[in-house]
Design a protein around this ligand. Structure first.
Ligand code: F6R
Length: 613
């Protein structure tokens, strides 16, 4: 949420910052701005996307070799020009870009106003630059760096910050608490960003800032220290992502590219981890703690949004394949009910970005209470990945479309592999059973490929018919109940159509009242062991004249007979079925959103990495 960039070196800073902001735009697109020092401290900023800012800069350019930039997802203060970042101190000497929330900003603002400071915006961020400047001016002996550290001690909340001062034209100051920041080390140049995507084009050497740390960055040096001035030696990491992975590669949208990447992302996720010949799974990331996982009393899985849906699939998987009790929690609710969790329990958090504030908070709560904390993340080196005791990366590659697609299937693959490994170690799955599962698992990428090749046109036609439907209902049972939730979420978030997902039988307890001849009902009828019950549910919809769209296996004549539209997909084991059934639903929401003229990759009000609670 909100993207931050910074540059210092020999290139034109404006160009580097704008390019970086475009790559970070998935984090928020309410407004964009940059500030540069070139003798003077100058800035351009305004409501809307980075493209608007770029247009402004064409007529009114800024030049310089040092600067900071920001793309905003609004929290405090409506998205308008004044509330756009960078924010400047009263003198105009200090500029700040911020990602996070300053929780005590009203108190600080009141105190600063009483002391005569005049504020321009409604944002919490402006407090930061005003406070730093006030402290800096309060004593002739204080350095700017000291002023920043003192100000940060007064701030309650979360921040990723990049700060510049007109009279210190060779330095960018950055600080982190709760919002990600990394530093890219180039050759006589340094890059700062909220994630690696703006950096990877220039350098692969990065330093991740941790909470409570600040860094003082010049073009050929960086010093990292704690907020209490204790110097730190930080590890330099090598980025594994490539530039190709963060570009559209000819697709009109990142979301479509990411949907079509799934045969590969699923294979990448399994590579080197499953062995169909001898029926084994080996997940290096959890090898050291595997005995604790085997002996766990229960697993609690916490996540948000799409990752929460994969957590629900995980519940079915762990209970069926490994006979381990599982509870699934909304990460945002977990810590507010003083959860009963402790030694002997495992909290498994799932997060594509590895930065979701609520998921991170759940992790910290469980760790403080003595639980073993494991993670499934996509972004390597992300905060959640670093704070968990152990974990498994999904290796799905960068996901840039705001609506999560390939991250979901990769998360489910990891959950399957974990459940299988656990089932095997607990002696629940025989070697023969393991082989059968793994052989079928290794066929999933080609089945996904088959679906993508064969149903794309069909789904486009279906999308054309239902583009202007005001509501949609999604029904599923067992493993496909979470897929019903996921299908509904995909549709509402990118096409703004109201949609609900339900366990098919639960429909009778209320939502059935919504069904009439106008209501499209997407039925995910591809789970063998609930087929008969599902057929009864479809009959119930049909009796009320609902328009039935079934996602089903090729050989299901009963479902076919009852449905107005059928999307046939290859069959697989019930427990792997979400990996296939979700694909038509992703495409359906995509094509409906495109038909409605929605901005698929950047839906309104959303941001990809939700770093506020
Ligand atoms: C939906 C979507 C969100 C995320 C949620 C969690 O398409 O993308 O619901 O799934 O914000 O994000 P992560 O997985 O990064 O923790």
């Amino acid at each position: 949420m909100c993207g931050i960039v910074g540059y210092i070196g020999h290139r034109d800073a404006s160009t580097v910052l704008i390019k970086g902001l475009k790559r970070l735009e998935y984090r928020g697109y309410d407004s964009a701005g940059i500030a540069l020092i070139n003798g003077e401290l100058a800035y351009r900023k305004g409501k809307g996307k980075v493209a608007n800012l770029e247009r402004v800069l064409k007529n009114d350019s800024l030049s310089g070799k040092l600067g900071i930039g920001h793309t905003r997802w609004a929290t405090h203060g409506e998205p308008n020009d004044i509330n756009s970042h960078p924010h400047l101190s009263e003198s105009g000497n200090v500029a700040v870009v911020h990602n996070g929330i300053i929780e005590n900003y009203t108190t600080l603002k009141k105190q600063l106003t009483e002391r005569g400071r005049v504020f321009q915006s409604q944002t919490d961020t402006e407090v930061v630059c005003q406070l730093i400047e006030e402290i800096y001016h309060s004593s002739p002996n204080i350095t700017f760096e000291q002023a920043i550290r003192l100000a940060l001690k007064q701030i309650v909340g979360t921040y990723g910050l990049a700060i510049i001062h007109k009279e210190i034209p060779d330095t960018i100051f950055i600080a982190r608490k709760g919002s990600p920041l990394l530093l890219g080390i180039g050759d006589n140049e340094m890059f700062i960003a909220s994630d690696a995507s703006p950096i990877v084009e220039y350098t692969k050497r990065v330093v991740y800032l941790d909470d409570g740390e600040i860094a003082i960055v010049t073009k050929n040096s960086y010093r990292v220290k704690t907020i209490d001035d204790v110097p730190l030696t930080k590890e330099v990491h090598e980025l594994a992502i490539s530039l190709d992975a963060i570009e559209k590669a000819g697709y009109p949208h990142f979301m479509l590219k990411e949907i079509f990447e799934q045969p590969r992302s699923i294979s990448d996720c399994m590579r080197g981890r499953i062995n169909p010949e001898n029926g084994t799974v080996l997940l290096g990331g959890i090898e050291d703690i595997i005995d604790k996982l085997v002996n766990a009393r229960r697993i609690i899985i916490a996540a948000c949004g799409t990752s929460w849906h994969s957590a629900l699939v995980g519940e079915y998987l762990f209970e069926q394949l490994a006979k381990t009790p599982v509870e699934v929690e909304y990460a945002s609710e977990f810590r507010y009910r003083d959860p009963l969790i402790g030694k002997g329990d495992v909290l498994l958090v799932i997060s594509q970005s590895g930065e979701t504030a609520d998921t991170l908070a759940a992790l910290r709560e469980a760790r403080n209470k003595g639980a073993l904390v494991l993670g499934i993340c996509n972004v390597v080196g992300s905060t959640i990945a670093r704070e968990t005791d152990a974990g498994v990366y999904t290796h799905a590659g960068p996901e840039i479309g705001v609506a999560s697609t390939k991250a979901f299937t990769a998360q489910v693959i990891v959950l399957i592999m974990m459940a299988l490994e656990l089932g095997q170690r607990k002696g629940i799955l025989t070697r023969q059973k393991m082989k059968e599962y793994i052989i079928e698992l290794s066929r999933i990428p080609s089945k996904v490929e088959y679906i993508l090749e064969h149903i794309d046109e069909e789904i486009k036609n279906l999308a054309a018919l239902f583009t202007y439907a005001p509501n949609f209902l999604y029904l599923g049972r067992s493993y496909n109940f979470p897929v019903a939730l996921e299908g509904a979420l995909k549709l509402k978030e990118i096409s703004y159509i109201h949609a609900e997902g339900y366990p098919a039988a639960e429909m009778k307890h209320g939502p059935i009242a919504l069904i009439d001849e106008m209501m499209p009902v997407v039925v995910i009828a591809a789970t063998d062991h609930t087929n008969d019950k599902m057929i009864s549910n479809i009959e119930e919809v049909k009796a009320r004249k609902g328009r039935i769209i079934s996602i089903m296996n090729d050989d299901n004549p009963e479902v076919k007979k009852l449905s107005e539209f059928c999307i046939s997909i290859p069959s697989t084991l019930d427990c792997f079925s979400p990996l296939l059934t979700v694909i038509p639903l992703q495409l359906l929401s995509y094509y409906i959103a495109v038909n409605r003229g929605c901005n698929v990759d950047q839906p309104r009000n959303l941001a990809k990495s939700v770093t506020v609670e």
